[in-house]
Design a binder for this molecule. Structure first.
Ligand code: NI
Length: 385
């Protein structure tokens, strides 16, 4: 039965892999999900343009399981028989596998005659663009009935196939985004004293901003401040009037997250003032810190150990500075985000996420489906108390 089930999961995953779609445009993927749910006689509804919310069972307890659906604007490099047919779009983060795993969990749970509660299935668009989870939450997926625990997973090429990575507490960073404009005053490059060189001011500002993480933040608190783009100037012999920079800040605590924009403003004020320039900082939080609930994490770990064996579990010691909008659900209910190992050098699935040669060891699909289904049943039967 297991081989047949795995074959089904592989077929689903490959179908989605072949037709990857960018965030908010997952029309074909949503239709395919709905077709599968219909065949399983699971009730569902469309949320927004491309989200799908399904639910199964009834009772006092309610758990939600989530899969993201979107692909990336990337050209697939591997000549796979099921390689992307949408040129320049690729499932390079494994969201095709997440959909297959969640549909697999739905298949397993649909076979249970008396589910002791409600399982909701969130098929979420647009994780990469950020905004998909938020749109589902504001459409009310966490209510009626109220979700008491939420579990999601992500394939992970850093772990061997089938390993299950877990960590209570902070797992992924908050994601902030900023646009910084530095204003000087134009003029002839041969007469710099008559203008205010925005490029020089920007150069000093960039270096000074790097002192925030190295000198202002507690060294035991993880933080990243990266400037990703820089644009300015018009010509080699003209003093630049304006430079625009964009960047991101990642932190693992709300205290550090609040400190950084404050320190940025102090530095920018000082640097620009000393050159007679000005600045404008547009600073936004686009993703919250992803922190796993200790109780839901402990329940997931216990289920994973029972079903797959203690040796399959990787207890993660450190968080990552990457972001994931699963954090939006965790602001509404306790939950856990779990890694499923898909790395296998012999199969060439060791490439990192977002790499043009990214692929997964498909044997991990059955691990994801089984784990989601078992965690849901355990929670509905016993809760976390
Ligand atoms: Ni991803």
């Amino acid at each position: 039965m297991n081989n047949k089930f795995l074959d089904q999961l592989i077929a689903i995953r490959r179908k989605i892999h072949r037709y990857p779609e960018l965030g908010e445009r997952e029309f074909r993927t949503a239709q395919f999900i709905e077709k599968n749910l219909r065949a399983l006689k699971i009730k569902f509804r469309r949320v927004g343009k491309t989200g799908v919310l399904a639910s199964l069972g009834q009772g006092a307890r309610c758990i939600a399981l989530r899969a993201d659906m979107d692909a990336l604007p990337l050209m697939e490099k591997k000549p796979l028989p099921y390689a992307s047919k949408n040129r320049g779009v690729m499932h390079a983060c494994g969201h095709d596998a997440h959909v297959a795993m969640l549909l697999g969990a739905a298949m397993l749970l649909a076979q249970k005659k008396n589910l002791p509660g409600v399982v909701k299935f969130f098929f979420q668009p647009n994780e990469e663009g950020s905004g998909g989870a938020k749109s589902l939450v504001s459409a009310g997926v966490m209510q009626n009935p109220k979700v008491q625990a939420v579990v999601g997973l992500h394939v992970n090429p850093r772990f061997p196939t089938g390993k299950i990575g877990l960590k209570p507490g902070p797992l992924m960073a908050s994601v902030d985004k900023f646009t910084l404009e530095i204003f000087g005053q134009g003029g002839h490059a041969a007469y710099p004293h008559e203008g205010k060189d925005a490029i020089l001011i920007a150069a000093e500002a960039i270096l000074a901003l790097q002192s925030i993480v190295s000198r202002r933040i507690d060294p035991l608190e993880p933080a990243v401040l990266t400037i990703g783009t820089m644009q300015g100037g018009a010509r080699y012999n003209i003093l630049a009037e304006k430079v625009t920079l964009t960047g991101t800040v990642r932190t693992l605590s709300s205290k550090t997250q609040a400190q950084i924009p404050r320190f940025m403003r102090q530095i920018l004020q000082g640097v620009t003032k000393s050159h007679g320039g000005k600045y404008k900082l547009d600073y936004q939080t686009i993703g919250a810190l992803l922190a796993n609930d200790p109780k839901v994490c402990a329940l997931s770990r216990q289920v994973a150990a029972r079903v797959f064996g203690e040796s399959q579990i990787v207890d993660l010691e450190t968080a990552s500075m990457g972001g994931e909008d699963f954090s939006e659900y965790l602001r509404q209910a306790p939950g856990c985000f779990i890694y499923i190992g898909t790395g296998n050098k012999a199969l060439g699935t060791q490439f990192p996420w977002h790499h043009p040669e990214f692929n997964i060891d498909e044997r991990a699909l059955i691990v994801g489906s089984t784990l989601l289904s078992e965690v849901a049943q355990e929670f509905l039967t016993k809760g976390t108390a």
